[in-house]
Design a protein around this ligand. Structure first.
Ligand SMILES: [Zn+2]
Ligand SMILES: [Zn+2]
Length: 294
């Protein structure tokens, strides 16, 4: 079947999220749109799936709101729904940042994919920083990127302190679709960083145009696909390493001891050989998950 997965966001002062929620939920139910949409006074953030035809209707529906008339959709072809429910929520923020009020009118300058290539090829000194979490950057990143130790996006304030030494340098931030970097880069600007850029449209926008170039490995996504591997060059496909044998992989499991639940990159063979457990101790646990899902 011909399905589409849509990813979109927009920061905008949005006055009536409650009213929007009701109409939007009805629209999704009537048109079999599934996924997750967060709305707040600061804007909208969603990932949804549906048939090609219904997704076209969905895009027109969103764009019919003047606030979202020029919203940018990242669209992927898929062979089924990527979600099994629809969740629409009113949130305080459209990404959990909790930085306090960052001025979103003073974000990092937008860097286009071709401009990032130029930067790499110019030989100029620059720092490129991943604004995503550990489990995302472990399986994919831009060439030479700094991948800070982040458990959640809330850690960015601490990371910004660690990045102080680059205050006078060119600093480029990136995340999956750009939504986190609007805040992350604005935060750096606020802390006095002199030359901050954000990857326009995030990793997606880059790899759509330039696969097999400066992006290395896979991309963690927040729907049932979980992992997308955009590169075709063998040496650029996987940068994650199997927890057991070290072989390149982008595949994740949670340790099947539910008291442990550790997230592990594994290869296909090792995962079965080790009974989906991170250690002998976990293998002996009485609280092990049944083995019908990853
Ligand atoms: Zn292995
Ligand atoms: Zn374990």
């Amino acid at each position: 079947m011909d399905y589409r997965v849509l990813l979109f966001y927009k920061y905008i002062k949005f006055d009536c999220p409650h009213q929007f929620l009701e109409t939007h939920l009805r629209f999704c139910n009537e048109n079999n749109i599934l996924g997750r949409v967060w709305i707040s006074n600061e804007g909208i953030n969603g990932t949804v799936s549906g048939t090609h035809q219904n997704i076209e209707k969905y895009k027109s529906e969103i764009r019919s709101y003047p606030e979202f008339a020029d919203i940018w959709f990242k669209e992927d072809v898929h062979d089924s729904h990527a979600f099994n429910k629809i969740h629409i929520r009113i949130k305080k923020e459209i990404v959990n940042a909790s930085f306090g009020d960052v001025d979103l009118s003073k974000t990092g300058k937008r860097l286009k994919p071709e401009e990032l290539n130029e930067l790499y090829e110019s030989g100029k000194e620059f720092v490129i920083v991943d604004a995503r979490n550990n489990y995302e950057s472990v399986i994919g990143k831009f060439k030479n990127a700094i991948t800070p130790d982040m458990q959640t996006f809330r850690d960015w304030t601490r990371i910004a302190e660690e990045l102080e030494k680059y205050k006078d340098k060119t600093v480029v931030t990136y995340c999956t679709g750009g939504i986190r970097c609007e805040k992350a880069s604005a935060y750096l600007v606020e802390k006095g960083f002199k030359n901050v850029y954000q990857m326009d449209g995030g990793i997606w926008n880059y790899i759509n145009q330039f696969p097999d170039k400066y992006w290395e490995g896979s991309v963690f996504v927040f729907d049932e696909r979980r992992i997308v591997t955009p590169n075709t060059r063998e040496d650029l496909k996987h940068i994650g390493k199997c927890y057991y044998c070290g072989k390149p992989s982008s595949y994740y499991i949670n340790c099947h001891n539910q008291d442990c639940d550790k997230l592990l990159v594994t290869c296909d063979e090792c995962k079965t050989e080790n009974d989906y457990c991170c250690s002998d101790e976990c293998r002996k646990s009485s609280n092990r998950r049944t083995r019908n899902h990853g």
